[in-house]
Design a protein around this ligand. Structure first.
Ligand code: AMP
Ligand code: ZN
Length: 143
C-alpha cells in the first residue's frame, strides 16, 4: 500500500520530524496553514479516526496535548486548532490518520464555515437518531 506518511515513518521519505517514540511520530506539515503547523500520528497505519484502536488513540491524544503546548510555546501563538479530517467529504487527503495542530494568532484568518440553524423537528429527529445508535453501539464502550 502506497502511503507517504508510512514512508516518512520508515525514513524513506524526507520530513522535518519534531518528535517520535515507539508508537507516535510528529512532523511539520509541508504546506503549513501557519508556520509550525504539526501533524501527529500513530506509526501503525490506520485509515481514519474510527479505525484507531482505543489504547493507541489514548496515547495519540496524550501526545497531541503535549505537542500542542510545544507548538504554542515555540511559535508564541495566541491559540491553536487541533483537528482531523476524516473521509474525502471532510477534506482528508492522506489516509493515514493524523491530527493537525495549527498555531493561531490574533486576527490571522477565519475558517470560513457557514453555520445552519435547526427547527424543532429537525433538532429532535437527529437527536432521536443519534440516541438510537448509541443504544445499539454502546456495548462497544470501554470504561
Ligand atoms: P489531510 O487533508 O487532513 O489528509 O492532511 C494532509 C496534510 O498532509 C496536508 O496538510 C498536507 O500539506 C500534508 N502533507 C502531505 N504530504 C506531506 C509530506 N510529505 N510531508 C509533510 N506533510 C505532508
Ligand atoms: Zn501509512
Amino acid at each position: 500500500m502506497d502511503c507517504i506518511f508510512c514512508d516518512i515513518i520508515k525514513k524513506e521519505a524526507p520530513s522535518e520530524i519534531i518528535y517520535e517514540d515507539e508508537d507516535i511520530i510528529a512532523f511539520l506539515d509541508i504546506n503549513p496553514i501557519n508556520y509550525g503547523h504539526l501533524l501527529v500520528l500513530t506509526k501503525q497505519h490506520y485509515d481514519n479516526f474510527l479505525t484507531v484502536p482505543e489504547d493507541m488513540l489514548h496515547k495519540l491524544i496524550s501526545r497531541v496535548q503535549f505537542l500542542a503546548g510545544i507548538v504554542k510555546r515555540a511559535t508564541s501563538a495566541d491559540g491553536f486548532n487541533t483537528m482531523s479530517n476524516n473521509g474525502v467529504a471532510a477534506g482528508q487527503r492522506i489516509f493515514h490518520f493524523h491530527f493537525h495542530i495549527i498555531p493561531r494568532f490574533e486576527n490571522d484568518f477565519k475558517f470560513n464555515l457557514i453555520s445552519k440553524s435547526y427547527n424543532e423537528n429537525e433538532l429532535k429527529t437527529i437527536s432521536a437518531k443519534m440516541k438510537e445508535f448509541i443504544e445499539i453501539y454502546s456495548g462497544q464502550l470501554n470504561g
